[in-house]
Design a protein around this ligand. Sequence first.
Ligand SMILES: [Zn+2]
Length: 71
Amino acid sequence: MPFYDLRCKKCSEEFNIMAKMSDRESNTIKCPACGSNELETVFKSVNIVHSKKAEAGDCPHAHTCGGCCNH
Ligand SMILES: [Zn+2]
């Protein structure tokens, strides 16, 4: 079963839960804090960091590779 990082739209509680895909699709997952099933998926900061790395001119090794990211 996959893990889901979810945020409650009602009380803003963020939690990580392991659930069946069918549970997520049918909204049977509930907020552990208030019991609401109005949840949205949280996109982890890891993904943001990864996409940011691909930006030109934002290479952390610019001093050795000239910013080309092909080091
Ligand atoms: Zn809640």
